[in-house]
Each structure stands twice: as C-alpha cells, then as structure tokens.
Write a protein that binds this ligand. Sequence first.
Ligand code: PGA
Length: 254
Amino acid sequence: MRTVIAGNWKMNKDLPQAMDLLARLAAAAPVGDVEVVVAPAFPFLGQAVERLRGTRVAVAAQHCHEAAGGAFTGEVSAPMLASLGVRFCIVGHSERRQYCGETDALVNARIRALLAAGITPICCCGERRAEREAGRQQEVVGAQLREALAGLSAAELMRIIVAYEPVWAIGTGLNATAEQAQDMHAFIRSVLRGLAPEAADQVPLLYGGSCKPDNAAELFACADVDGGLIGGASLEAASFLELVAIAHRCKQPR
Ligand code: PGA
C-alpha cells in the first residue's frame, strides 16, 4: 500500500511565504517511499510545480470546477491544472461543502473531471459532531462516498485517494482517537469493497483533522490509515517534514 502525506495550505501564505516553505521542502532529503504532496492556493501552483521539479514532492490544487472550460468566472478547470503539472486535487473538503455549496453530486462530477485530466482526486468525507454524537458517522460517511464515487469503474477507483476528515476534528485541536480513525477507515475500506472489490485495497485512506507530530504515530500505526491530509501542521516545514518521517517509520516495511 502507498503511504501519502498531503499538506492542505488552505487560504494561507502570500507569495514570499509560499516560496519560502516550498524551498524548505525542496531542500529536505526524501524519506523512504512516502508520497509527499502540497496544496498551495491557486495563484502559486505554477511556481510550486517549478520550484519542486526534480524533488519527490508533488503539487495538488485545493479545488477545481467540474467543466473542462467555459463561462464560469473565477473558476479553474481540471485541464488547466493538468497543463501546469498539478498531479493531485482535493475534492469535497468540508470547508468547501460548508462555505461553497459543494454537494456529493458536485464531488462526483469533479472527480470525473479530474480523472479525465489525469489528476488524482483526494476525495474528502467526514461527519459533523452532532452526527457522531448520534452514532450516525458510518451512515453519513457511507452515503457521502457512495454518491461521490457513483458510477466510477474499478480502474478509476484505483486512481483515487480518500481522506477521512471528521468535521469536529478539523482545525479544532481535537483529533479522532486511533480507535475512531481505524474503525472508520475499515468501514470506508468495506464501502470501497462494495463498489469494486479489486480496487478497495489499492486506495490510500488518509486521516485528517488536527493531525500533528505529537499524535500522528498512533494514528499512522493503524492498519487502514495510509497517511494524512494535514492542515495546520503543514504550514511549517519542520512539523510537516516530521509527519512525513513519522509516516515512514510507522509504515515500513509493508
Ligand atoms: P487541520 O486541517 O490539520 O488543521 O485540522 C485538516 C484539513 O482540513 O485538511
């Protein structure tokens, strides 16, 4: 199984700050086979690809539109991202669901657009606090995934990454416990198995939500946690690279 550590910078960093962080990541020695991905804001994607060329760090976008092009002011298409050398794109992040009206149907359309453009979608799912308190987390995440991934072939499913990000853990300092993460990741694996048995064991499942160097080892040690989608702790080179090193230690050899 692949191990992936992806940094979601969200709407943080201006150009000098972004270039400084990219330079620090570019200078760091590669750690084992961990796939390292960073998602700066749209304006810096082209420079990020250039700055990281020849390193083992790949570039992701944080969003894309589902259409290939046209009259959609302010939007960015998957073919545009591909033409820059962007290799991954986050889809269905809870902040886009909450603030930008991203529905499961849109997530599905965007995943299709990304796959058609040769970009790996990082498909986010996760329940809200009230849903977990009501014991509905599997129902919610299962429904999100079945709609987001509806109609994809096994070959297409093998090309995606899923990130489980409980909404109550994002940016709150309150991470899921290892047991909660493993339970949900095993459930997600079973949902994938229901969609395409041959794909289920190929899809990396990332945990996201207040994942930091001091809690990552127990999360990454879980059998079905194949890495992390990291927000706050990806904004500093030291903490992000420490997470890459922890993932390497937890996942070798597999
Ligand atoms: P966080 O964000 O690590 O700051 O909680 C994770 C995410 O939203 O991807």
